[in-house]
Design a protein around this ligand. Structure first.
Ligand code: SAM
Length: 283
């Protein structure tokens, strides 16, 4: 099969697979000091952002990822007030975090300001909470930010990063998780996007090991569908400081006073159930 130039294709060479979008127009392309960013208008998925050839998000399905990166960790915490998003420059995770009325301060530390500026232009609905007085946008390296963070100053850390290569490589290792552990208050919870259960099981296992080695007491992985990411199935891995992120404020999640398209209390429970080939990961 030949794909002509009206298609954008991300290939997964290691797994011998690919995912394509029919393109209406290329809206933008630039090389920043950190990465190569492209924005497309697609036939079926609305706008599409690509970084270094990897699909980041589309209008049509980003709610799955942004909701599952935010609400499980925030309902697992007993009362999250100060929340940190590392990466997440499209601002979709920040918007979900700010739906929680108890959150007093939500930081987004994104290394590449251009990602946010382009999101403001091409994905304005994801940036709709950026003017919230509780939002703090900072542009810099999340690894350094956490090294410098005051000990015991955060309730939840959400690592909404690119794949573990380039600037995001250092967001997946024990040294980084150690800094997260130090920056969290007792009862604090960390969550990081952890790629595909099917394609990247070894990475998920290594994240659990590194999180435990960094001092976290319990680690858990949740999964959710995401057809535009490799294998169509994605995950996030949680690590609790003195708490087990398997437990959550179920009644609060049931009577939440904000809208979601995917997240519900039942989805939360179901997402944490591991398939047979993943059983034994976490605990
Ligand atoms: N949902 C996406 C995915 O899993 O493909 C991630 C989206 S978000 C756009 C990822 C962001 O992480 C990018 O904008 C990138 O610039 C940022 N990032 C990568 N390394 C970083 C670092 N060390 N500190 C802060 N932000 C970083």
């Amino acid at each position: 099969m030949t794909l002509d130039t009206t298609w954008f294709t991300e290939t997964y060479p290691k797994d011998g697979a690919a995912f394509s979008f029919k393109i209406k127009a290329k809206l933008h392309e630039e090389r920043t000091p950190y990465q190569h960013i492209e924005i497309y208008d697609t036939e079926g998925f609305g706008k599409l952002m690509v970084i270094d050839g990897c699909v980041m998000l589309t209008d049509r399905d980003n709610f799955l990822y942004h909701e599952m990166m935010s609400h499980p960790v925030l309902f697992a915490h007993r009362a999250p007030k100060k929340v940190m998003v590392i990466g997440g420059g499209d601002c979709g995770t920040l918007r979900e975090v700010l739906k929680h009325p108890g959150v007093e301060e939500a930081w987004q530390v994104e290394i590449d300001e251009r990602v946010t500026r382009l999101a403001e232009k091409y994905f304005p609905e994801l940036c709709s909470a950026n003017d919230d007085p509780r939002a703090r946008l900072y542009f810099g390296d999340g690894i350094q930010w956490l090294k410098d963070a005051d000990p015991g100053s955060l309730d939840a850390i959400i690592v909404d990063s690119t794949d573990p290569v380039g600037p995001a490589e250092g967001l997946f290792n024990e040294a980084f998780y150690r800094n997260c552990h130090r920056a969290l208050r007792p009862d604090g919870i960390l969550v990081g996007q952890s790629e595909s259960p099917l394609f990247h099981k070894a990475l998920i296992e290594s994240m659990h090991q590194a999180m435990r080695a960094a001092g976290f007491d319990h680690t858990r992985t949740l999964s959710f569908p995401q057809c535009v990411y490799p294998s169509g199935w994605w995950s996030a891995t949680l690590a609790g400081k003195g708490v087990d992120p398997l437990q959550f404020r179920e009644q609060d999640a049931r009577k939440k006073e904000f809208d979601t398209l995917y997240y519900t209390a039942d989805i939360h429970k179901a997402a944490l159930v591991m398939p047979a080939f993943m059983e034994g990961i976490g605990g």
